[in-house]
Unconditional design. Structure first.
Length: 214
């Protein structure tokens, strides 16, 4: 496990793009996981690296496997949305297995934060795509079926910003999607923090831990 910090955002992007490119050079598809607690910047980092690589990379998010709101309500888990048991974890593992096998074009779901629901078959991953970047909170959990994921990734990068920065970004995100200041803070300190406490110890299983970036 390596630790890295970057004084400038572009330094980080350049370094990680080089690292990703080396992984995808052998003619076989590479899969990189980007993990971290809620609000750590996983999606932003995945998009930045993917944008730099253009058609050579596609981002697939774990959040596309959120259970639908109606199902969460049926199960009595709506107040814990974002916890490990509020995802179709087996479905996500199966998707990564298909991407690893590169069995033709694979369609992945996408989570829409504006409506808080997943959209099926929204992301196409054609067989010629050499690099898949997948991001999510629970890529390094050791509980079944999440524990099957680690062997499917070429590398996992764990994003671990300063906790005050992570909390600030998380509250800002909740406010951007319509929550009041009080509700945003309550969500960040409540269920989001409980999930963060599950995720943060899993950093020890990552190949690279990114401790600072702007």
């Amino acid at each position: 496990m390596l630790f890295a910090s970057f004084p400038r955002r572009q330094d980080m992007i350049d370094t990680l793009v080089d690292r990703a490119t080396r992984l995808a050079r052998n003619g076989q598809r590479a899969i990189i996981g980007i993990c971290g607690a809620p609000g750590s910047g996983k999606s932003t980092l995945a998009s930045a690296v993917s944008d730099a690589l253009g058609e050579r990379a596609t981002v697939v998010g774990m959040d596309g496997f959120h259970l639908a709101q109606a199902e969460l309500e049926r199960l009595g888990r709506a107040e814990r949305k974002g916890a490990p048991d509020t995802f179709d974890a087996a479905g996500y593992v199966h998707l990564i297995q298909r991407l690893r096998a590169n069995e033709g074009t694979v369609y992945a779901p996408l989570f829409r934060r504006d409506i808080e629901e997943p959209i099926a078959n929204a992301v196409a991953v054609p067989p010629e795509t050499p690099l898949v970047i997948t991001e999510g909170n629970y890529l390094l959990l050791t509980d079944p079926p999440w524990d099957e994921l680690r062997a499917l990734f070429d590398e996992v990068w764990f994003v671990a910003p300063d906790e005050s920065d992570r909390m600030r970004r998380l509250v800002e995100r909740h406010r951007a999607y319509g929550r009041s200041a009080d509700a945003a803070l309550a969500r960040a300190r409540g269920s989001d923090q409980a999930n963060a406490e599950l995720v943060l110890p899993t950093a020890s299983r990552a190949d690279l831990v990114i401790t600072r970036w702007q």
